[in-house]
Design a protein around this ligand. Sequence first.
Ligand SMILES: Cc1cc2nc3c(=O)[nH]c(=O)nc-3n(C[C@H](O)[C@H](O)[C@H](O)COP(=O)(O)O)c2cc1C
Length: 308
Amino acid sequence: MGLEIESNMLNLEIAGISLRNPAILASGFLGISQAIFERIFDEGAGAVVSKSISKYPMEGFRNPTVVVLENKSYINAVGLSNPGHESFYEEVSTNDKVPLIVSLVGSDPSDFEVMTKKFNKSRIIGFEINLSCPHVQKLGMEVGDDPQMVKSIVKAAKSNTTKPVFVKVGIGNTNLIDISQTAINAGADGITAINTIRAMKISIDNFNPILSNKIGGLSGSSIKPIAIRCVYELSKKFSVPIIGCGGVSNWEDALEFMIAGATSFQLGTAMGFDGMSIFNSINSGILKYLKKKGYQSVKELIGRSHKY
Ligand SMILES: Cc1cc2nc3c(=O)[nH]c(=O)nc-3n(C[C@H](O)[C@H](O)[C@H](O)COP(=O)(O)O)c2cc1C
């Protein structure tokens, strides 16, 4: 482990949480085991987001659930498989080391009430509410497209925890700015943008859609320009922190998100291609850039594109 991840130049705060660096593991990647959270943290991540956790266990879809594309991209329809909140609470009960954000998914405000109340007692640093999974009915995006539901869910979560609550948005049927505004008005401490984007892959040999669910969500480098645009628009409009996500695969991508207005960034797909060492290589790339350009802190870069 290099010195890079501990450098003061990379320290920052999001919604009152201090992070040693801005590189966060996105939800859904190796995200249900405390032992793996610790490994990812040791490899240099500034924080880790869990797989989205529901009130009760979910099995997810049958295989194939992931298509690997060229250009460091996936289409996935995993189906939010997770062990349920009681079991995951036990899993992270020993956590005293990893800055862990628990991602929650549910279909109505009472699910979020129960889960935030429970995890508020654990040593996690915050919550991310997944209002944007694009391929599971009655969860994720279907909930996130309903402004009244978004308001009630964020209020339910906020009134049961003292920890920061981030809301994860995506490219759904509702305008991104409007739904983020609703979440912020209801008390969200920050916005994570974006989730995967609805997509398909079809075989030209047997004419089948490849995924068992047929439609999945596109992630990785293919969605980066869209994610950058979303972060730029959200951060110009709102003063809460925006966490950029979608196609970060090297330090240049990471900096682009911060210059677009992200306070920190998440990555997932690129770790699938390049392994956990990506966190340290991104952090060292950013640090070298800061030193070369004469900046004191990565915070100086946040939103630098807004003047133009
Ligand atoms: C296999 C897989 C599983 C995912 N699971 C979740 C999830 O449980 N909750 C969630 O909010 N996002 C989930 N995502 C979306 C990612 O967190 C992220 O928003 C998206 O992949 C874009 O970032 P990336 O290009 O760095 O992967 C998943 C993505 C993939 C590829």
